[in-house]
Write a protein that binds this ligand. Structure first.
Ligand code: 5RP
Length: 240
């Protein structure tokens, strides 16, 4: 296991301490929260933990099902006790960029339904100003060209339609989300000083399904570095 992988594992497992029997748990998507989900599966089979999970992607659904975690659909849930998820970037105000794995729409729905949201990440995801990681925006396929035009008016860099490598000859196809949307990856660079305002500006564009900025949602970040797992609790959040 590489050093980064070991850090992801540490953060992922540490956040499990918030998961208790009887909870409905939002299960995020990505290579860090995968370790949380595997740990939940272990506690289910070895310690008698009883939870119901709500997956934020088809990949997470498959992983959780394979581990025997009982699942519910998002549409059947009115509220969740907690969501644990990864992030592509987080800042000191607990604002996030998410969507590197393309699951931002379901991730935001599930996080918003939850009484609290915990992010698991390694130290490399911590930034002063959001935007070095290209901001993912999910869009309707019918509207993607006009959305590219509109976002280009506010984004200093390129607005790229996400593509998926499909074969060894490097022939690529458009990446399609679990909701049959497309993803635009927007090169803002570290310029997003007011993520709430940016989220509002992009979300009103016709054809935008969801913006990968999560503002005022995250309650704590479990961040793993070589010196251990630091738990940052949002003083304005629901866990403080
Ligand atoms: C998926 C996400 C992921 O949580 C984010 O990309 C972080 O993933 P990883 O832990 O693999 O770096 O937002 O849509």
């Amino acid at each position: 296991m590489s050093d980064v992988e070991a850090l992801k594992r540490e953060a992922g497992i540490a956040a499990c301490r918030y998961v208790k029997s009887g909870m409905n748990v939002g299960l995020g998507t990505g290579s860090t929260v995968k370790y949380t989900i595997v740990e939940i599966g272990r506690r289910l089979s070895e310690e008698g933990l009883e939870i119901i999970g709500v997956p934020t992607s088809e990949a997470t659904r498959e992983l959780a099902q394979g581990l025997g975690i009982p699942l519910m659909e998002i549409s059947d849930v009115k509220s969740l006790d907690i969501t644990i998820d990864g992030a592509d970037e987080f800042d000191s105000h607990f604002s996030l960029i998410k969507g590197g794995g393309g699951a931002l729409t379901r991730e935001k729905i599930v996080a918003n339904l939850s009484k609290s949201m915990i992010v698991v990440a390694d130290e490399s995801k911590r930034v002063d100003v959001l935007g070095k990681f290209n901001l993912p925006v999910e869009v309707s396929p019918e509207k993607y060209l006009s959305v590219i035009e509109e976002i280009s008016n506010i984004c200093p860099g390129k607005v790229l339609l996400r593509r998926k490598m499909t074969n060894a000859r490097d022939e690529d196809k458009i990446y399609v989300t679990d909701n049959d949307g497309y993803i635009l990856d927007c090169e803002f660079g570290p310029t997003i000083t007011n993520p709430g305002e940016m989220e509002r500006m992009i979300s009103v564009i016709d054809g935008v399904v969801e913006v990968g900025l999560f503002v005022g949602i995250c309650d704590a970040v479990f961040v793993a570095s070589t010196s251990g797992v630091d738990i940052m609790v949002n003083p304005e959040g629901r866990l403080s």
